[in-house]
Ligand binder design. Structure first.
Ligand code: ATP
Length: 291
């Protein structure tokens, strides 16, 4: 069984600790790397794909130190950056030919054909990249990442700029890709990963604060999520006092969803937690914004 082990990964930018003792074990399937902007997701990804040296710690793929593996490790990686840079004048085919050269993919023609079929772009191979829609470009980004049939596929904020339909197509594509690989998908959007991730890793200020299945993560705040009705004045007060994860207006009053360790108010009813509640509970404090 495939296994990627991160052991006490640490990264300093000067004196600033961007990552502190991050340890995790990943096996086949989709992993969501979830954290607000600045949590260290991109730093962790850059270390994982081998383009940024860690300040401390080691990574093993199937028992082998990835730094010592060198080129053999790179051969196992597919990567889609947060802001893929494409040459707008290249056609889809030209770009993938070029990426096969860069990656040293042996059977370029077959690999390109298979990748284009997989992401459903085979009818667009002669189109210029500049003429593709946002969703098509993103699928091209995935196509280039899978040319070498990677064991480890890393996607950094892959749904930015997609419309709702494209997001759903994307999720389905990722689920189909997960067979026989480890996929790590970094995002700050809970819904990108809540349905497709086998496990979610929560990164907060450079520290991995939780790893578990979506169910396990939800259960960690069981009994801490409440619903309460309020008028406008009380609603405004509660927003300043509590972690409010949702507000629904109904017939002149408001229904608030509150995450709190104890029952916030007399009329509050406990409700089943979801991942948005957990995200809020982990990352935000009332009236303070991002913690
Ligand atoms: N080259 C660098 N030099 C100094 N500080 C950096 C550098 N790169 C990142 N940082 C800092 O390290 C922290 C983590 O950054 P990182 O880009 O990994 O976060 P992120 O979770 O990927 O956020 P985003 O989603 O905004 O990219 C941030 O506080 C950032 O300002």
């Amino acid at each position: 069984m495939m296994k990627l082990e991160l052991e006490s990964i640490t990264k300093f930018y000067g004196k600033y600790p961007a990552l502190q003792n991050v340890s995790a074990v990943l096996t086949e399937g989709v992993y969501g790397l979830l954290g607000p902007n600045g949590a260290g997701k991109t730093t962790l990804i850059n270390i994982l794909i081998g383009i940024l040296p860690a300040s401390g710690g080691v990574i093993h793929l199937d028992g082998e130190n990835t730094v010592q593996m060198g080129g053999r490790y790179f051969d196992q990686i597919g990567y889609m950056p947060q802001y893929p840079q494409f040459y707008a004048n290249f056609t889809v085919q030209e770009f993938l030919d070029y990426m096969c050269q860069v990656k040293g993919v042996a059977n370029a023609k077959e690999s390109i054909d298979a990748a284009l079929v997989f992401v459903n772009l085979e009818e667009n191979r002669s189109k210029r990249i500049g003429a593709l829609s946002g969703g098509m470009r993103q699928r091209l980004g995935i196509a280039q990442a899978i040319l070498n049939d990677p064991k480890l596929l890393v996607l950094d904020e892959p749904t930015a700029g997609l419309d709702p339909g494209e997001r759903i197509r994307f999720r389905n594509l990722i689920s189909r890709l997960a067979k026989g690989r480890i996929i790590l998908l970094a995002t700050h959007i809970v819904s990108d990963v809540e349905y497709i991730a086998k496990e979610i890793l929560l990164l907060r200020r450079g520290t991995l604060v939780m790893q578990g299945t979506p169910r396990e993560l939800e259960q960690s705040i069981q009994g801490k999520v409440w619903e309460v009705s309020a008028n406008e004045a009380d609603m405004a007060l509660m927003v300043d006092t509590y972690c409010v994860s949702n507000i629904k207006q109904q017939d002149g009053s408001y229904l608030l969803r509150i995450v709190d360790d104890g029952k916030p108010l007399r009329g509050a009813r406990p409700v089943p937690p979801n991942l948005d509640d957990l995200f809020l509970h982990t990352f935000f404090q009332p009236s303070e914004g991002q913690s």
